[in-house]
Design a protein around this ligand. Sequence first.
Ligand SMILES: Cc1cc2nc3c(=O)[nH]c(=O)nc-3n(C[C@H](O)[C@H](O)[C@H](O)COP(=O)(O)O)c2cc1C
Length: 403
Amino acid sequence: MLGNTFGRLFQVTCSGESYGWSMTAEGAGRWGGALLTIVNGVPPGIKLDVAKIQAELDKRRPGQSKLDSPRKETDRVEVCSGLQEGLTTGAPVGMIIRNVDTQDIHVQQYRDVKDVVRPGHAELNFFYKYGEHGDWCGAGRASGRETVGRVAGGAVAKQVLGREKIEILAHVIESRGIKGRSVIEGTMTFEELKENYRGNDLNCCDLKAAQSMIDDLLKVRADGDTAGGAIEVVARGVPAGLGEPVFDKLKAAIAHGICSVGAVTGIEFGAGAKAAATVGSKWNDQPFLQDGRVRFRTNNCGGFLGGMSNGEDLIFKVFIKPTPTISKPQRTVEMTAMREQELAAITRRDISICPRIYPVAEAMTAIAVLDALYMARAWYGLAHLDPKWETLARPRHEGDYTK
Ligand SMILES: Cc1cc2nc3c(=O)[nH]c(=O)nc-3n(C[C@H](O)[C@H](O)[C@H](O)COP(=O)(O)O)c2cc1C
């Protein structure tokens, strides 16, 4: 399998599957492997707060409410390299998170239908790419469990970004057509998002809408079905000029990171889709001067100009499809026998992926932004520009960072 590393200078490499198989030289092996993350490019001398890494992992941990998969994972992280007496050394930071809830009963449920592809899931392509050797248990690396490694890597990135006063938060803004207020629509402030962050099982910061969404999801669950939705990601404190003008736009790097997460069906930067129905005079974000700095009256572009950050908040929506695994019978194909049949899944699943994907989106954004920051600092270090340009590029919300 190729492509398990994200980032160019700040790099996160992940391995690990939904269930995994552990084996030692002495033993015959057993179900229950681990998710591994290696982070390259962590500066030395940082007092890495492992409790904060754990807190990020706890946000996406399953089994916390009726909306999540009932799988009981502890998701305990152990940092096992790159630290000395609590401080980073500059060496790669290695982390391990073991899979603990891999009971035989659940393995058997997957074994029973191992050649029958779940409509909407990745199994069909796993057959095409890995043949009969592909991982059939819990979707292997196509499982949402794979995202544990991303969140661990993103948590390290967030700590480095914290020193630069950059903060990234995401919340649910839509579930099965029920819409909540959002920062991009101008119906919620960033401060309200922060205040209500994780205030309910769905992490929808519009508390009234959250209740309707949750009530609706419980009905969907009772019906054996699943639901789609959308989240909004806001990155505050990002300096202007991050990203490169052509292939390596920050917008493209973020889209790469976000679209690499399972179940994502689209990303919309700023007012994105509204662009199709408007005119330039309404769409353009007009710059003005405030205390000698360039600000914008609106943020239709979501904080991106020429694909690079413009010093405003980076804001984008991410659309999430309904969880593929459903109990309702659906037509599909059994791959080894090459015959059609019906599948009504009994394996564990999330009713909605929204309450579990937002920390993953935060993590991927953090890695992409930090990687771009490394590139920008390297550029300024060698370009010998008049320093006024780097000073002017400072973020609009500098000093707003409160966590
Ligand atoms: C955090 C997270 C949790 C997920 N939970 C489930 C789940 O419980 N059941 C399921 O069928 N798919 C789940 N998925 C979605 C699948 O991983 C995804 O749909 C699958 O890999 C196919 O990829 P695609 O949707 O991008 O085509 C989850 C994804 C994420 C990111």
